[in-house]
Design a protein around this ligand. Structure first.
Ligand code: ADP
Length: 499
C-alpha cells in the first residue's frame, strides 16, 4: 500500500501463479491464430507493461467462428441432442471449475483491468460463477404455455420456447468475467451457441474461461471467443448468419450496432451508459447514506455503468452528508492492485484517465468546486484520486455526460419534487438510488424515476434473479433473472385443430 501522492505501485507486486500465455482465438474448441497472423498487446494498467500478445480476429476469423457456432447449433448436433438435465450439469460443472480456478481468474482479471484483487476475488469471479449456477437452475424450467384460443371451433394451442440460434455477444472492459457470465450463462441455458467478443483491453479471463468450457463437457463450437477491437465486433454484428447480438458498452457503439444489425434484422439487446442519480434526503441515516454513496461512485474506480455519479442532497442534510462523504473519499488510498488490502486500483488506460481528468477541468470551467481529489496519482499506471465536485447544477456537462471514472457531481435540492424532476432530467435511465426513512416517499419516487433499477436505502447491488437494464439511452432488453430467458429464446405458437 502506498500514499495517494506517490504510490510505489510496483513495490508489492506478487509473483503470478500462472504467467498468461499469448492469447489465441477459441474456435470450435481449439485455440488458433488469426488467419493473417495479426496480434495486439494487452496491458497491465497499474504499470502500463505488456502482459502478453493476443490474436486479432479479422473478418475471415469471425466467419470461421460463426460457422463453428452454426454447425454446433445444427439439428442433431451433440448440443441440440443434449437433454436439459445434462445441460444443467454442464453449467454447474463450469461454475465449479470457475470456483476451483478462482485464484488464477482473479489475478488475470486484475492484471487486465487494474482493479483491486480484493474486488476480483470477492466479487467478480464468485459472482460470475454464481450466475452460471443460477442459470443452471433455469435449464429444466424453460417452458411454454397452454393457451385457450377462441376461434376455429375445437382447438388445442400451446407455445414452445426455442433457442434463437447463434448469439454474438460483445462485452466491455470494466467487469469482463461478470459481463461474460450475464450473457453466456443464459444463452447456453436456453440452448443457443455463442461467439463472444471480449473488450480488446481485457481478453484474458474469457480465454481462460474458454478452456474451462471444454473441461465442463460443453461440445466444441458451442462457445467461441474472437479477440480484437471495434472492427472485430463490427464484423460479428454484420455477419449474416448471426441471429442475435447482445451488447454492453457505450451509447455511440450501441447506436452503431443497432444500425448495422438492422440490415439483417438481428435480435438486439443493448446495455449502455448511465448517469445514475443518488437522492439523499435529510431524513435518511446520513452517515450510512454517505458511506454507501462512496461505494456507489468509487467502487471499481468509478468505471461502472450504474455509478451513482449524480449525488442529489437535500439542503437541510447537506453539510452533515458532505463532511462524511468528503472525509471518507480523502481516506481512500490507491495501491498495488494485486495487494489484498488495496481498495482503489488503476483506471483502464492513459487515454481514459485523460478523459476523466478533462471532465474535472470542464467541471471547474462550468463553476464546480473540487472538494477533494481532481488529480492523477503518481506517474506510473493510471491512478486517480477519488474526486468530489460541489456546486454542480444538473445542466452542467459533468452532470449530464457519463464520465466513467471516480468523479462524483454533488447537486443540492430543496424538496422531493425538485429532486425527481432533476433526477429524470437526463438522457440516461439505467439506475437510481433513494435514501429516506419515509417509505411512502420512497415508493412514490421509485414509481416516478425513469430508471431500470431503483435502489431504496442501498446502492449498486445486483442479483442474478433480478432483471437489469435501462430506460432511454441506457438501452433496452433486460438481462438477468427470467428476463434473460426471454432474451435468448423465440416463442413459437402451435395450433392443433381438434374439430
Ligand atoms: P468503450 O468506449 O468503453 O471501450 P465501447 O462501446 O467502444 O466502449 O466498447 C465496448 C465493446 O464494444 C468492446 O468489446 C469493443 O471492442 C466493442 N466495439 C467497439 N466498437 C464496435 C463496433 N463498431 N461494433 C461492434 N463492437 C464494437
Amino acid at each position: 500500500m502506498s500514499d495517494t501522492s506517490t504510490p510505489d505501485i510496483l513495490a508489492d507486486i506478487q509473483p503470478l501463479k500462472a504467467k498468461p500465455k499469448p492469447g489465441k482465438l477459441f474456435i470450435n474448441g481449439e485455440f488458433v491464430d488469426a488467419q493473417d497472423g495479426k496480434t495486439f498487446n494487452t496491458h497491465y494498467p497499474a504499470t502500463a507493461n505488456v502482459i502478453t500478445q493476443i490474436a486479432e480476429a479479422g473478418t475471415e476469423d469471425v466467419d470461421r467462428a460463426v460457422k463453428a457456432a452454426r454447425a454446433a447449433f445444427s439439428e442433431g448436433s451433440p448440443w441440440r441432442k443434449m437433454n436439459a438435465v445434462d445441460r444443467t450439469r454442464c453449467l454447474l460443472k463450469l461454475a465449479e471449475l470457475m470456483r476451483a480456478n478462482a485464484e488464477e481468474l482473479s489475478e488475470l482479471e486484475t492484471l487486465d483491468t487494474g482493479k483491486p484483487i480484493f474486488e476480483s476475488s470477492k466479487f467478480d469471479v464468485p459472482q460470475a460463477a454464481e450466475c452460471f449456477e443460477y442459470y443452471a437452475g433455469w435449464v429444466t424450467k424453460i417452458t411454454g404455455e397452454t393457451i385457450p384460443v377462441s376461434k376455429g371451433g375445437d382447438a388445442f394451442a400451446y407455445t414452445l420456447r426455442e433457442p434463437i440460434g447463434v448469439c454474438g455477444q460483445i462485452i466491455p472492459w470494466n467487469f469482463p468475467l461478470q459481463m461474460l457470465s450475464w450473457k453466456v450463462a443464459p444463452a447456453l441455458a436456453c440452448g443457443n451457441t455463442v461467439v463472444l467478443k471480449p473488450a480488446e483491453q481485457t481478453p484474458l479471463t474469457a480465454l481462460r474461461f474458454a478452456e474451462l468450457t471444454l473441461e465442463a463437457g460443453i461440445p466444441p463450437g458451442v462457445f467461441n471467443v474472437i479477440t480484437g477491437g471495434g472492427a472485430t465486433g463490427a464484423a460479428l454484428v454484420e455477419h449474416e448468419d448471426v441471429d442475435k447480438i447482445a451488447f454492453t458498452g457505450s451509447v455511440e457503439t450501441g447506436k452503431s450496432i443497432m444500425r448495422a444489425a438492422s440490415k439483417t434484422l438481428k435480435r438486439v439487446s443493448l446495455e449502455l451508459g448511465g448517469k445514475s442519480p443518488n437522492l439523499i434526503f435529510a431524513d435518511s441515516d446520513l452517515e450510512t447514506a454517505a458511506k454507501y454513496a462512496l461505494g456507489g461512485i468509487f467502487f471499481n474506480q468509478g468505471e461502472m455503468c450504474t455509478a451513482g455519479s449524480r449525488i442529489f442532497v437535500e439542503e437541510s442534510g447537506y453539510d452533515q452528508f458532505m463532511s462524511v462523504l468528503t472525509s471518507r473519499a480523502q481516506k481512500m488510498v490507491a495501491g498495488d492492485p494485486l495487494h489484498p488490502k488495496t481498495r482503489l486500483g488503476s483506471l483502464i488506460s492513459e487515454e481514459h484517465l485523460n478523459n476523466v481528468l478533462n471532465y474535472v477541468d470542464i467541471g471547474k470551467k462550468e463553476g464546480a468546486i473540487v472538494t477533494t481529489g481532481g488529480e492523477r496519482i503518481g506517474t506510473k499506471g493510471y491512478f486517480m484520486k477519488p474526486t468530489v465536485l460541489e456546486g454542480v447544477t444538473n445542466s452542467m456537462r459533468v452532470a449530464q455526460e457519463e464520465i466513467f471514472g471516480p468523479v462524483a457531481s454533488v447537486i443540492r435540492f430543496k424538496d422531493a419534487e425538485e429532486a425527481l424532476r432533476e433526477a429524470n432530467n437526463s438522457q440516461f435511465g439505467l439506475a437510481a438510488s433513494i435514501w429516506t426513512r419515509d417509505i411512502k416517499k420512497a415508493h412514490k419516487l421509485a414509481r416516478s424515476l425513469k430508471a431500470g433499477t431503483v435502489w431504496i436505502n442501498t446502492i449498486s447491488t445486483t442479483d442474478n434473479a433480478l432483471p437489469f437494464g435501462g430506460y432511454k439511452d441506457s438501452g433496452f432488453g433486460r438481462e438477468l433473472g427470467k428476463s434473460a430467458i426471454d432474451l435468448y429464446t423465440e416463442t413459437k405458437s402451435v395450433w392443433v385443430d381438434l374439430n
